[in-house]
Every structure is written in C-alpha cells, then in structure tokens.
Write a protein that binds this ligand. Structure first.
Ligand SMILES: Cc1cc2nc3c(=O)[nH]c(=O)nc-3n(C[C@H](O)[C@H](O)[C@H](O)COP(=O)(O)OP(=O)(O)OC[C@H]3O[C@@H](n4cnc5c(N)ncnc54)[C@H](O)[C@@H]3O)c2cc1C
Length: 377
C-alpha cells in the first residue's frame, strides 16, 4: 500500500503494543481447515528472513496488490478460482523523476503557480501526459500510450522520453529547467480487473477477504487506486463489525463494494474503451471526432463524445459547480457521471458545445508531428 508508512505510524501511535505485530515476509500459502459448514481460512504460511513461519488467524485479508497470488493459493487447495473480469486500460505507463536546476523555479502548471501535489494532465488522444509537482524541488512526468501502437513504444526509452516531453508544450519548460534523477520506469500489462470471491451468495473460502487492487484494480492514470483501496479496507472493517457469520460478512462486504467501488470500476472500463477507440482512430489517420458518416447520417455515439468533450471544457471554465462536481468525483465524494438530478449542469455542457462547436481544439502536437520529434536522429 502506498500509504504503508502512515498506516504503520498510526498503529504505533494509537494501538497498544501487544495488540499487533509487524512481520516481514512473503506469504506463500493459505492455511485452510474444514468445519461443519465447509472450509474456512485458518492463517497463512510465510517465508521470512528467519525461515518459514506459520501464522494462525481467524480472518485473512489479502492486500497484496494487482498481482495477488491468492487465486493460486486457493487453487492449491482445490478452491475457486475466483471469477476474473478484465478489461484493457489501453495504455502502457512510463514515468521519470526530475529535480529543478539550481536557481530555477517551478514553471507554471496548467497556467498557474502550483503547490506540492499539483497535477496537470494533457490528453493528446494518442498519448496522455501528466506532470506531478512534488516537494524538495522535484517532480515527475508520466507518458502513457497504447501498447499496440508500435511507433509510440519508443517513448519508454530515455532519449525518446526526453524528446517526447520536450515536444509537449505544457511539459517543455519543466524538462528544460531540470535534471532527471531517475531512469524511465515502465509499467505494462495494465488492466481494469475485478475478482469475485463470492459465488451464489457464498464465499469461496470463509473468512478470507481481498481488498484494494487484489480485489479491484483500475487504470492507474485515473489516480483513484489508493482512494478505492482505502474505501474497500474501511468497508471491510464496517462489514466485519456489522455481521458475525462468515457468509453474512462476505455478502455484506460484497454489497458495500458493489455500491461504492464497482461504479468507479465500471466507469473506468467505459472511459478506457472510449479513449482506446479515439486512440485507434488517430492511429488509422482518422478524425475520432467526426460524427458525419460518408452516407450523410450521424454517428450518435461520436456526437455524444464531442458534445461531452467540448461542452465539459467550456462548462468547467464557466461554472464553479461543474468544477466542484469534478473535484468531488476525483475524491470519491460523489458517484461517477453527471447525475440526472443536475439537469442545469447537463444544460451548461450542451450550451458549451453549441458555443464552441466550430473552435479548432485539436490537441497539439498532432500524432505525425509528435512522431517526427521523437524519431529525430
Ligand atoms: C504506474 C502506477 C501509477 C499509479 N498512480 C496512482 C496515483 O497517482 N494515484 C492513485 O491513487 N493510485 C495510483 N496507482 C494505483 C495505486 O498504486 C494502487 O491502486 C494502490 O497502490 C493499491 O494498493 P494496494 O495496497 O491494494 O496494493 P499495493 O500498493 O500493490 O501493495 C501490495 C503490497 O503487498 C506486497 N505483497 C505482494 N504479494 C505479497 C506476498 N505474497 N506476501 C507479502 N507481501 C506481498 C507488495 O510487495 C506490496 O507492498 C498507480 C499504479 C501504478 C501501477
């Protein structure tokens, strides 16, 4: 968990010392025992620096992230596997960290001065870029592109990453004013994924729960993984408090996740499918925003995409309510989407589209220009 250090500090500061223990080790298997109602988890087996260790436990929570080995542990006991649903994020993800040169100041971020934690996102359709302002004169830049877009894959190399960041207006000043302090990190094989540990209303293994990415993983570019991880952890704690039987607890937890986490997962699956469709059209040299078909008819799905894209940009500039809604959604305070209960905001988006429909807001640089820049000798 990204916030592990905070979690540890919180436990050390607030819990009685004999109430918990930190054990460093690699979980290798689940302990499972049979009782009158089926099978239930009884602990884990670990490999530690001091050798093998068996930990007995009434409840086991898998928080081991998106590459969890729990399905294998269950399979070893002849259980499962948990049903796995996967949808491509449509990106590989590269990041590099930088420090400002002596005497340099942080450049403007999205046209404004920034604080640590500030983020600017740039969506070129064929490439997404993010500038993440940190503290101590450091920051990072992320580039993400379609793993199937062969010419774009070179941005994961250091020289081409550098050329790519300099080709993007919003990032250029940042790289020119700084020195890299890391290699280019590459993360691939990214999917929105969901594992189901409840089958026909019964847990696959009683008292075994998965939270965070081990349960539901969403595209890292959306930046909601940590908040969703915390949500699932807190909801599990509530479910354990609210119910006492293993099956009831599993159902209660599942219902809570269904209400608070799954809508974000499904939202991301749809957004990624749309982003990928735009990206593929650009790779084919087509205009992903042209909703006029050759036969004169209208492609309604593409028209909705254009209305939303242009209209939302206008609406966020015009209305603090829209901006507030977006911020609330980023922080999971409101459910995804623009609710039907706010027809005024939907009207503003439509009005924004009507006012800006003729504006050329094609992201720059275009794909060809960008490729020339990164392929420069
Ligand atoms: C490139 C990238 C960028 C991201 N950017 C953001 C962002 O900006 N904002 C955001 O909110 N989210 C972001 N995320 C997502 C976020 O990192 C995850 O959603 C979050 O870390 C999930 O937390 P977790 O505790 O479920 O799993 P993890 O953070 O993956 O933690 C799992 C832990 O379990 C350990 N572990 C694994 N297997 C075992 C085992 N068998 N035994 C013992 N320990 C084990 C691992 O070593 C790890 O420490 C990003 C993800 C990626 C890949």
């Amino acid at each position: 968990m990204v916030y592990e250090i905070l979690l540890r500090r919180y436990m050390l500061d607030t819990l009685a010392g004999d109430g918990f223990a930190f054990i460093h080790g690699d979980v290798r298997a689940l302990q499972i025992r049979a009782d009158g109602h089926g099978r239930r988890v009884a602990g884990v087996s670990l490999k530690t620096a001091n050798g093998a260790l068996r930990l007995d436990a009434e409840i086991v929570v898998d928080a081991s992230g998106r590459n969890t080995r729990a399905p294998r542990w269950l399979a070893a006991a002849g259980i499962g596997p948990p049903a796995l649903e996967e949808h491509p994020c449509g990106i590989f993800y590269t990041s590099r960290f930088y420090r400002l040169k002596d005497g340099a100041e942080y450049p403007l971020l999205d046209g404004r001065t920034s604080l640590a934690g500030g983020v600017a996102g740039i969506d070129l359709g064929y490439l997404k870029a993010g500038i993440f302002r940190s503290d101590n004169r450091t920051f990072s830049i992320t580039l993400a592109a379609d793993p199937e877009d062969a010419p774009l894959r070179i941005v994961a190399k250091e020289r081409e990453f550098d050329l790519a960041t300099r080709a993007i207006d919003a990032a250029r000043d940042w790289v020119e004013e700084s020195t890299p302090i890391s290699k280019v990190y590459l993360y691939g094989n990214l999917t929105n994924s969901r594992r189901r540990y409840l089958r026909d209303g019964r847990p696959l293994l009683a008292n075994f729960f998965a939270i965070g990415d081990a349960h539901i993983h969403t595209n890292p570019i959306a930046g909601r993984g940590c908040a969703l991880g915390w949500t699932s952890a807190l909801e599990l704690a509530e479910a354990l408090d609210a119910e006492s039987g293993p099956a009831q607890r599993a159902r209660e937890f599942d219902a809570r996740v269904e209400r608070l986490v799954v809508p974000w997962y499904e939202h991301q699956v749809k957004r990624d499918a749309d982003a990928l469709a735009i990206n593929k059209a650009l790779q084919r040299g087509e205009n992903p925003y042209d909703f006029n078909r050759p036969d004169g008819s209208i492609d309604e799905a593409i028209r909705r995409r254009v209305i939303f894209r242009k209209g939302l940009r206008y609406a966020t500039r015009q209305s603090v309510d829209v901006l507030r809604l977006l911020f609330r959604q980023v922080n999971l305070l409101d459910p995804p989407g623009m609710g039907e209960e706010r027809p005024d905001l939907a009207r503003l988006v439509l009005e924004g589209y009507q006012k800006t429909a003729e504006e050329d807001d094609a992201p720059r640089p275009g794909r060809e220009e960008f490729l020339q820049a990164v392929q420069a000798p």
